[in-house]
Design a protein around this ligand. Structure first.
Ligand SMILES: [Zn+2]
Length: 378
């Protein structure tokens, strides 16, 4: 199956932005005619629902947006729903041996205000063991009830991550989470690595320069790490940046394609043909990117800004925060500008796009994006 072509056909045009209010999900789900099963409610009493596709013996749970400002996985799930509902034949071909349990937007209160944490400030991904939040209580109860064989934990990572040894943004990072601090191998973790290898292979088609293996440092309170430890084969997907792609459409496509490929591998029983060694050779990420890099006129000193997205009176605002200045030899920007006259940026300065256009007569847009390997000092 050509998953890129399928995405072209079925991706929902109204989900082309980073901010997805829970209301928009509700409307879309209603228009699909899906009811789902309510497994609990958030702090602010928004429903948390599971949507099931397929009736096969292998159970797969997939959840997104446990961090409210990480919406790419949710957008991908809705694209998959749209595909499954409108193409029953290929749905059957793809998942006849699987039962899929999707939980889009596990943290709807955080999603509403575009925050990582829930309405009480709890990071849900540190609340898996003895959960206190209603969201994670509902989630953990449901996991214990259905006892999945596989799990997919969908996140977004910041734009600062590049593929090591290069300046290509890490548009997608895959992780077979660790089960302990020693990062021990278990049969389940090895299976998750094999599956990541198959996903990596699929991603070679369109994103060969933009794939990394997320750090497998053990997080003792995190959901993926603990599920892997309990024997649920778990893969974490981190969708990330791409040049000229503030809305993460590349992250959306790469996540869609690799996730469907993963399901195809599980359904067809070809997992054993994959080698965990492929996963272990995927390059690690580095943090050598910033969103906007502004050079002084001699190009010997620069200012690195990263984006900060936040809600302000119901509007998603984007500002750029100065995080570092100096020679910054190892840093590249998604966008780089050269100053024609000295600009004195102080620490803590925030820029917004209007500011950049305000000073645009002082700047030359170098047209550099992070996918180009440019020599900075020319
Ligand atoms: Zn996250």
């Amino acid at each position: 199956m050509d998953f890129r072509a399928i995405h072209q056909e079925y991706k929902l045009p109204t989900f082309n932005r980073r901010y997805i209010p829970p209301e928009q999900i509700e409307e879309q789900i209603a228009s699909f005619g899906l009811k789902g099963l309510e497994i609990g409610q958030s702090v602010e009493e928004r429903p948390i629902r599971v949507f099931r596709f397929g009736a096969g013996p292998t159970k797969v749970i997939l959840w997104s947006q446990m961090h409210g400002n990480e919406s790419t996985g949710t957008r991908v799930f809705l694209d998959i729903f749209n595909f499954f509902i409108n193409d029953r034949e290929r749905q059957k071909e793809l998942i006849s041996n699987l039962s899929l349990y999707f939980i889009p937007m596990l943290n709807p209160d955080g999603a509403e205000v575009y925050s990582r944490a829930n309405a009480k400030g709890v990071d849900l991904n540190r609340d898996f063991v003895n959960p206190k939040s209603p969201e994670m209580k509902a989630f953990v109860d449901y996991v214990n009830k259905i006892k999945p064989d596989w799990a997919f934990n969908m996140h977004d990572q910041r734009n600062i991550f590049n593929v090591s040894g290069d300046y290509h943004p890490a548009t997608i990072s895959l992780l077979a989470p660790s089960v302990d601090e020693e990062r021990s191998m278990t049969p389940e973790r090895e299976d998750a690595m094999k599956l990541c290898g198959a996903m990596y292979d699929e991603l070679q088609k369109d994103f060969s320069n933009n794939i990394s293996r997320f750090t497998d440092e053990f997080y003792p309170l995190a959901s993926g790490d603990n599920m892997q430890k309990q024997g649920v084969r778990t893969v974490t997907v981190e969708s990330g940046g791409y040049p000229n792609d503030p809305m993460r459409e590349a992250g959306r496509l790469s996540t869609f394609a690799s996730l469907l490929r993963a399901l195809q591998v599980l359904d067809s029983g070809e997992l054993e043909e994959w080698d965990a060694g492929i996963y272990q050779k995927i390059p690690l990420p580095e943090k050598n990117l910033c969103d906007v890099l502004i050079w002084n006129e001699e190009m010997t000193y620069c200012y690195a800004f990263v984006e900060d997205r936040y809600m302000d009176n119901g509007q998603l605002k984007v500002e750029f925060e100065l995080i570092e200045q100096g020679e910054l030899k190892d840093i590249r920007g998604y966008r780089e500008f050269k100053a024609i006259e000295p600009i004195d940026f102080k620490n803590g300065v925030h820029l917004n796009m209007d500011d950049i256009s305000d000073v645009s007569d002082l700047l030359i847009d170098r047209g550099v994006n992070a996918a180009e390997k440019t020599i900075k000092s020319n």
